[in-house]
Design a protein around this ligand. Structure first.
Ligand code: ATP
Ligand code: MG
Length: 724
């Protein structure tokens, strides 16, 4: 096999990493320097040149999508299938292990994955069972407590409260939650990792098997591994495994989820003889974008430090847009995209990044209005939408009757006369007898513990689910999903939902398509368990990465956290305001502020050609009006890299004083008699805010966003607008 092309396009430092002799390698390098590429080429090198079997390779990526891409690249280069390789996220790989070894892991075969939302509900129920007040024990706080302990590898009996009553109580909640999960055969995300770790710890023979198999372990985005993930890797590597990790301390953005930068420092100690390779050439961004990002991140202390340069062109300056409010900000974004598309560029080359998920709504509405197709990564993901979760809950019950979260979700959906009182009684009985809600419902029927009407309704539900379970096996997955949707009565239920009905029904159809795709991809069967359970796990794990129109040329919207590792020719960073970004909760803590700055660095370095930073001087978010000050991060970018722009043309203005409010906003709407952002009342449309103006005198038109009627262009002379 001719494999010279594997290293042809690499620079010397990259080549050193890809072709390193047997041993551990740590690639420490900045954004866009080719870390992911080097990791992919390393796999190709191992297989193509070192004749390692694909079967002996395990690679960890940041998303499932990245895993698929990596596998595709390796296969294309080697012109052979790499099906024996295990490539996936930590969660995906842990899940795979647990499916294969559910018995050794102490799980029921049909165990189901709890996503964050299900976990939250289950925690609330647990608090209720323990008669704890949610005001004093906020479920979100309990949730992060439990997940953080699991990320550290700690079970309830490992906790040492040292007489602290708060800790003690939390420990009790954790234990009760764990018991509820065990009863229902439920595994949350953090549990996947912890269980997979314990699986190996408790089964030395199994561990040995995997250690002998996976001699080559490769990890992307190594800076964001948490304690349990790192422990899992070390266990797998043992004495014979070879680690190849790539990472960038400046891009560590998940410490709030337990990620530990220190893992980068411990690596050399834990894996003796590590060869450290630094990559310094950036291939992604223009000189301006790179220099600006480097200048920003230089404000952080305690960095491992590196030099990043590019041979690429200097490129245009970074555009900075000061919007009056979030609506105008969205309008700028949308118009800039329209201009980009008019230049003949693709929408898929564009990403809009934001700090907080809630920011997406206004941006989405602006895109919808202009009919620009877009996709949202994260946020309300396809598999998180209510109707999808309802349908999945039926499927989950069909797969595992003891799944309490699913039971509660659909026991009376659509309404079938099973009231809250009945459910309360079931909960109580379940608690008393230590059984699942399903079993409690069965007992209630057998012992006739409820009045006749309630019993009939409950029996109807139990029969319905039993019917779904009985009709399932033997059918192709998508037919099974379709049948469950039909018999559940969810369709007629959602048809009644007015203006949202159509989208919901479309989503249900899309679920059937997703099942068909999954069925086809798996070839109709799988060695790792029954296909329905696998599909449900897939739904929980891949939530954000598959959406309706995946093939349409569309703009990408996502949080900064989700953008890690990706690159786009045109990038917007929206909402650069103090309190929003850096986030309010981080501004007073130096450590967290540095993490926000790294997040900004990650965002900026996603851009290849053009970068636009925007902020709004007024913002309505979570229903509150905020008067915002531009983010300090804007002030940390040297002004020679910035270009202040206005809507409707790139009128370049000198910046008064970088990062200050003075002279930044174009608030005057010349000639129209209205100010941008001014509140006005229209006799027919009611109250709204002036968004824009064009033309002069009798030709002048003004755009108003009415609270009830939405955004409209009106001829100023006839509009009879009143200032309010
Ligand atoms: P990040 O830190 O953001 O994850 P990274 O270090 O993983 O970035 P890659 O995504 O691997 O960087 O590479 C960035 C871009 O540079 C990609 O488009 C990649 O194809 C390109 N690239 C990397 N190395 C080279 C090279 N030697 N020659 C040409 N292009 C390269
Ligand atoms: Mg990368």
């Amino acid at each position: 096999m001719d494999v010279t092309h594997i290293i042809d396009s690499l620079n010397p430092a990259q080549r050193e990493a890809v072709c390193a002799p047997e041993g551990h390698v740590l690639v420490l390098a900045g954004a866009g320097s080719g870390k992911t590429r080097v990791l992919t080429q390393r796999i190709a090198w191992l297989i193509g040149v070192e004749h390692v079997s694909p079967w002996g390779i395990l690679a960890v990526t940041f998303t499932n999508k990245a895993a698929a891409e990596m596998r595709g690249r390796v296969e294309a280069q080697l012109e052979m299938p790499g099906s024996g390789m295990w490539i996936g996220t930590f969660h995906g790989l842990a899940h795979r292990l647990l499916r294969l070894h559910w018995q050794e892991a102490g799980l029921p075969q049909g165990f189901q994955i709890l996503d964050a939302d299900d976990q939250y509900r289950l925690i609330r129920r647990t608090l209720r069972e323990l008669a704890l007040d949610e005001g004093r024990w906020p479920p979100r706080q309990v949730q992060s407590f439990i997940n953080a302990r699991k990320d550290e590898g700690l079970r309830p009996d490992h906790l040492q409260s040292l007489g602290d009553p708060w800790q003690e109580q939390m420990g009790r909640v954790y234990a009760a939650y764990e018991a509820a999960c065990a009863r229902g055969g439920l595994v949350d995300f953090a549990e996947l990792l912890l269980r997979a770790h314990e699986l190996w710890l408790n089964n030395p023979a199994l561990l040995r098997h995997y250690q002998e198999r996976f001699r080559h372990i490769l990890v992307d985005e190594f800076q964001d591994t948490n304690a349990i993930q790192y422990a899992w890797l070390r266990l797998l590597a043992g004495d014979s495994g070879r680690m190849f990790a790539v990472g960038d301390d400046d891009q560590s953005i998940y410490s709030w989820r337990g990620a530990r930068i220190e893992n980068m420092q411990h690596f050399e100690r834990d894996f003796p003889g590590t060869r450290v390779v630094r990559l310094e050439q950036n291939y992604r961004s223009t000189g301006t974008i790179l220099d600006a990002a480097n200048a920003l991140i230089a404000h952080n202390f305690g960095r491992l430090g590196k030099n990043l340069w590019t041979e690429g062109r200097e490129g245009e300056r970074i555009r900075l847009y000061a919007a009056f409010n979030e609506l105008e900000e969205a309008r700028f974004v949308v118009e800039t995209i329209a201009g980009w598309v008019a230049e003949g560029r693709a929408r898929s080359e564009v990403a809009i990044l934001y700090r907080s998920n809630a920011q997406s709504r206004v941006l989405e509405e602006a895109l919808l209005r202009e009919r620009i197709p877009y996709r949202v990564y994260g946020g309300l993901r396809f598999f998180e939408r209510a109707e999808i979760k309802d349908a999945l809950a039926y499927l989950r019950l069909a797969a595992n009757r003891d799944d309490d979260a699913a039971f509660e979700r659909v026991v009376n959906l659509p309404t079938r006369g099973i009231g809250e009182r009945t459910v309360q009684q079931l909960r109580q009985l379940a608690r008393e007898r230590g059984v699942s809600l399903w079993q409690a419902a069965r007992a209630v029927g057998a012992e006739r513990l409820l009045p006749g009407r309630a019993l009939n309704a409950l029996d109807g539900f139990l029969d319905l689910v039993e019917g779904m379970a009985a009709n399932g096996p033997g059918l192709p997955l998508h037919e099974r999903v379709e049948a469950v949707i039909e018999s559940s009565g969810l369709r007629p239920h959602y048809e009644k939902e007015g203006n949202k009905a159509e989208a919901r029904l479309e989503n249900l159809d899309e679920l059937v398509s997703a099942a068909r795709e999954y069925w086809d991809a798996e070839g109709g069967e799988s060695a790792e368990g029954d296909i329905l359970s696998l599909f449900l796990a897939h739904a929980a794990l891949e939530a954000g990465e598959r959406q309706a129109d995946a093939h349409e040329d569309s703009v990408q919207l996502m949080t900064l956290h989700a953008a890690k590792g990706l690159e786009f020719p045109l990038v917007f960073l929206a909402g650069l305001e103090e309190g929003l970004f850096p986030h309010q909760m981080s501004v007073n803590e130096p450590g967290r502020l540095e993490e926000e700055r790294r997040l900004c660095y990650v965002g900026m370095t996603r851009a290849m050609e053009r970068l636009c930073l925007t902020y709004a001087e007024n913002r309505r978010l979570h229903g509150r009006d905020l008067y915002a000050v531009p983010s300090r991060f804007i002030g940390e970018i040297p002004r020679e890299y910035l270009d202040e722009v206005r809507l409707g043309g790139s009128v370049s203005m000198p910046l008064g004083h970088s990062g200050s409010r003075g002279g930044l906003a174009a608030v005057e709407a010349a000639g129209s008699g209205y100010r941008l952002g001014q509140r006005v009342r229209h006799p027919k449309f009611g109250e709204g805010v002036v968004l824009g103006c064009e033309g002069q005198g009798t030709q002048a038109r003004v755009q108003v966003n009415f609270e009830a009627a939405g955004s409209k262009w009106l001829v100023a002379a006839y509009a009879r607008l009143e200032a309010v």
